[in-house]
Design a protein around this ligand. Structure first.
Ligand code: DLL
Length: 428
């Protein structure tokens, strides 16, 4: 049976799609240039009418998180406040949050994209969807919520936290789909196992997991602990929130909603566009949003775009799993590593739990030290052999020397939202 498609635009030809994109792009550029003082000066001397193809995008300047900060809170909005019906914000590590706004039409469009994403994952109106993304300023909770309703499935708005109760509801309601960060999905699995609730034997069958990087090894771990198919969903508040891209059941990268967001991959150093298939920084241009249409917004997320046709029949470009943010890359004694690469090595080991933390310090000798903390699956105190094995595997796979501490099960802090994997005490 052919897979269900939410919107026919997902299967139109590349030529038709590009025509639609260019038309929307030109309209959007003219709109922001006349409505948002920031763009009026950014695009000085640039005539939106000269944009004739997607590759012409490369002639436009980028936008960045700093532009949102400089225009805090509503300075980049392209609609008057009486047309804004929702405001979300993402908490920065320092200072003020990044603020984003939506018109009623934006909210409808977003709900449609989330419904599209859920359809990609094989979710239908017959499903019961437990939404354990945090409700509030974070876009995960409300973003998924409205999409589930739009699809016509039943949403259970548990938000994150209160884990024992989540597990109880999951059983009592016969939840079939779980939406959560991958790290919180593991916490739910752990709690269920402790309470002797057999989730793999329950009706739960699909997980919609995202908002943080997670490796293929982590996928396997979650799938076996919960007895489900675990799929990746990507998005960021500045662009809209969850459902900018979503994996289909073939698990060959996330289909990007290109009719709304034009993706590019650039080299973060030269800022030049990279050809399809090369790994680099993702950049998005919002061609349909009303309230906050960012143009060539640098996400700082590193990924690769894949253009070959997917088995599901959709023609949209896909993005590979995000390796991490270029600003989260650790440089340990000159070697670049992403926490997700360390995760892959750790979870391939066996005998350990999928909870870990990376502590980085700089010694008096000015050398960087990385300590990898991980939990053992067994309660014994004899971990020397395991520690030695992990050390050797990290050295082989990533070329970094580090110290390894294997802790008893349950010692590493659990997260209800995005996991904090790295504690960098170097303050550089
Ligand atoms: O995390 C939106 C979201 C909610 C996505 C629920 C998926 C599910 P922000 O809080 O603005 O928005 O954080 C965006 O999170 O730039 C990435 O660095 C990271 N991120 C989001 N999804 C993924 C993913 C939401 N699937 C930032 N894989 C992004 C890896 C992800 N990283």
């Amino acid at each position: 049976m052919a897979p269900a498609i939410w919107d026919l635009v997902e299967i139109i030809s590349r030529d038709e799609l590009e025509r639609l994109q260019v038309e929307r792009l030109k309209y959007q550029l003219a709109r922001v240039k006349s409505l948002v003082p920031f763009y009026t000066s950014l695009f000085e001397g640039i005539d939106p009418d000269t944009i004739q193809s997607i590759s012409d995008l490369a002639s436009l300047p980028f936008t960045n998180k700093q532009d949102l900060r400089d225009n805090y809170p509503f300075g980049l909005f392209a609609t008057p406040m009486d047309e804004v019906v929702r405001i979300h914000a993402s908490s920065g590590t320092t200072g003020k949050p990044t603020v984003v706004g939506y018109t009623a039409k934006d909210i409808q469009m977003w709900a449609g994209l989330v419904a599209r994403a859920l359809t990609l994952a094989g979710v239908t109106k017959n499903d019961i969807v437990q939404n354990a993304y945090g409700y509030g300023l974070f876009t995960g909770g409300l973003g998924l919520h409205y999409g589930v309703e739009k699809l016509g499935a039943a949403v259970v708005p548990t938000s994150s936290g209160n884990t024992a109760r989540q597990v109880m509801l999951m059983q009592d309601f016969g939840t079939t789909v779980l939406c959560a960060t991958p790290s919180y999905a593991l916490v739910l699995a752990e709690n269920a196992a402790k309470s002797e609730v057999n989730l793999p034997a329950s009706p739960l069958r699909v997980g919609i997991f995202g908002a943080e990087p997670w490796s293929e090894q982590m996928r396997m771990e979650i799938e076996s602990r919960l007895g489900i198919t675990a799929l990746d969903i990507y998005g960021l508040s500045e662009i809209i929130g969850p459902a900018v891209a979503m994996e289909c059941v073939h698990k060959t990268g996330m289909h990007i909603a290109e009719d709304h967001f034009i993706p590019e991959i650039i080299d973060s150093d030269t800022l030049k566009p990279l050809p399809l298939g090369q790994s680099g920084e993702l950049v998005f241009t919002c061609i349909t949003k009303e309230a906050l249409p960012l143009i060539r917004y640098r996400t700082h997320d590193l990924a690769r775009l894949l253009a070959d046709k997917c088995l599901c029949g959709r023609s949209t470009v896909r993005m590979e799993k995000v390796l991490g943010r270029n600003d989260d890359m650790l440089i340990i004694r000159g070697v670049n590593v992403f926490p997700s690469q360390i995760e892959s090595v750790l979870l391939a080991m066996g005998q350990i739990e999928p909870h870990y933390q990376l502590i980085v310090d700089r010694g008096d000798d000015q050398m960087d030290n990385l300590e990898v903390r991980i939990e053992s699956s067994s309660a014994t105190n004899q971990h020397q052999e395991l520690e030695g094995g992990i050390k050797a595997n990290l050295q082989n796979a990533l070329g970094i020397g580090c110290s390894v501490t294997v802790l008893p099960p349950g010692e590493i802090a659990r997260s209800e939202g995005k996991a904090v994997r790295v504690i960098d005490n170097r303050h550089i």
